[in-house]
Design a protein around this ligand. Structure first.
Ligand SMILES: [Zn+2]
Length: 190
């Protein structure tokens, strides 16, 4: 791991890669650990897809903050890419779990609000790990702004730096389509 410059932080995994990594991780957990669709309905896969995108909500925020004079570097991979985000989501999940807060709407679908927040936390962690492999993030933002990461993309020539994330995107999507076709019945999905 090494410190990197601001401009290097810009390299990011694609949104689809983020969603698929979170989806596949949760699906494999369901298949090999939980092994029971009743206590782990596949709606949680949808939750995982959203969870995988949470840190990049800073890009959504940037569409608004742009008009207030902010630069992308000031917003993207700052507060939303800090370890405090998954920690906060986990603590909210824990609070809901401990206090027994329930949502009848979710209960009808055999979903638990606390589990949703735990998946949000896990999906966010997976996102941050991926960003740390591709590039770097500031895990202790806003207290310490130093970024850490493997910056693996930068060991490749410039043209490949664009090509590799797109290829990984495609391969993950292919894997997911095959998984749905052969391991799950697409028709019964959800
Ligand atoms: Zn990100």
């Amino acid at each position: 791991m090494k410190k990197k410059t601001k401009q290097k932080q810009k390299k990011m995994a694609y949104a689809v890669t983020h969603m698929l990594f979170a989806i596949i991780a949760v699906e494999l957990f369901r298949k090999f650990v939980i092994k029971n669709n009743k206590i782990f309905p596949r709606y949680y896969i949808l939750v995982a897809a959203i969870a995988g995108l949470i840190p990049d909500l800073d890009i959504a925020a940037y569409y608004i903050l742009y008009f207030f004079g902010f630069t992308l570097e000031q917003i993207h991979r700052t507060f939303m890419h800090s370890a405090f985000i998954p920690l906060g989501l986990f603590l909210i999940g824990l609070f809901i779990y401990k206090t027994g807060i329930k949502s009848t709407k979710l209960r009808k679908r055999h979903l638990k609000l606390s589990t949703i927040f735990f998946i949000f936390a896990i999906g966010t962690i997976i996102h941050l790990i991926l960003d740390m492999i591709y590039g770097s993030i500031p895990p202790l933002y806003p207290f310490i702004q130093t970024t850490i990461g493997l910056n693996l993309l930068y060991i490749f020539p410039k043209t490949l730096q664009e090509l590799i994330p797109a290829t990984i995107d495609g391969l993950l999507f292919l894997f997911w389509i095959m998984w749905m076709e052969f391991k799950l019945k697409i028709d019964n999905y959800f």
